[in-house]
Design a binder for this molecule. Structure first.
Ligand SMILES: [Zn+2]
Length: 290
């Protein structure tokens, strides 16, 4: 049975990666990705393929690389600017920032002011810093002043050297209090700390979470969505895929089929209003990148 509905309203995707694994990802980290999936993975994102199997499903897709020296990710902002520059009406490029590295703010300013990137990706656990770290403060202040959203990795990973202690969603509560106007997105609803993430986004008007790369753990995904309904925070959940780890159509289907896991058990259901609300949310307007 096809699960796709006719789409009249635009769908936005807040989370997709672009990189060349041979240039931008350390071989040891690639080997960990292979082990986590139990098969060799080619993480390299080919532009034409990306436009066809990912960007085609969305009105606009936010694209970023990654910078985390500690775990061997380094995608120059120039690479992302060039990538999104090939389809500027469909793609929104974010810079990446590793505040543990010297000159991080100057590099970020170059990415925004010279290369025209529109937001920032940060990866505390991969880069080895606490989101409350003093080295982050000039970055957060700049982003708040400039109206730049920051999308953070939050939640677990397969990389051994990425400390779990820097990824718990509650760490962003303090950042939200200190920078109340800063738009922040906590990726993957902080899996498996979903409820912890929901109570953070509930408190802070400008802190959101994206549901990327969660549908393929259907029991956890279902429970997170039910908890979001009970806390009345589904309006803070944004759609994303985490390409190439998960792709457009399967991610859309995964959300639409969130109730499949419960069958006719009588358990509470994720409502159509919740699902449509997430799918059709105007992400660029909320994040100030329209
Ligand atoms: Zn990601």
């Amino acid at each position: 049975m096809p699960t796709e509905k006719p789409t009249e309203k635009p769908i936005y995707n807040v989370h997709a990666h672009a990189w060349d694994q041979t240039l931008h990802i350390d071989p040891a980290t690639r080997a960990e990705a292979d082990r986590s999936r139990g098969r060799p993975m080619d993480l390299t994102v080919d532009f034409e393929q990306f436009m066809e199997e990912e960007a085609a499903h969305f009105a606009k897709t936010v694209v970023f690389g990654a910078k985390a020296r500690r775990t061997g990710y380094w995608v120059p902002d120039e690479y992302i600017a060039e990538f999104v520059g090939r389809a500027p009406d469909k793609l929104i490029g974010f810079a990446a920032c590793d505040p543990t590295q010297e000159g991080a703010l100057a590099e970020l300013r170059h990415g925004i002011e010279q290369l025209g990137l529109r937001g920032v990706k940060m990866m505390p656990m991969y880069a080895g810093f606490d989101p409350r770290d003093e080295r982050c403060q000039p970055i957060y202040a700049y982003c708040q002043d400039q109206g730049l959203p920051i999308l953070f990795h939050s939640g677990t990973t397969f990389n051994q050297n990425a400390p779990l202690g820097f990824t718990r969603p509650w760490l962003w509560d303090e950042v939200g209090m200190r920078y109340p106007e800063l738009r922040m997105v906590l990726a993957h609803v902080g899996h498996p700390f979903g409820e912890e993430c929901l109570v953070v986004i509930r408190k802070h008007p400008h802190v959101y979470a994206d549901i990327s790369a969660l549908f393929y753990r259907p029991w956890q995904f279902y429970n997170m969505l039910i908890a979001a309904q009970e806390y009345n925070v589904t309006s803070k959940l944004l759609f994303g895929t985490d390409y190439p780890f998960a792709k457009g159509q399967e991610s859309i289907n995964g959300l639409r089929n969130a109730n499949h896991i419960i069958g006719n058990s009588g358990l509470p259901r994720v409502t159509e209003a919740t699902i449509d609300g997430i799918l059709y949310r105007d992400i660029p307007a909320l994040l100030g990148i329209a």
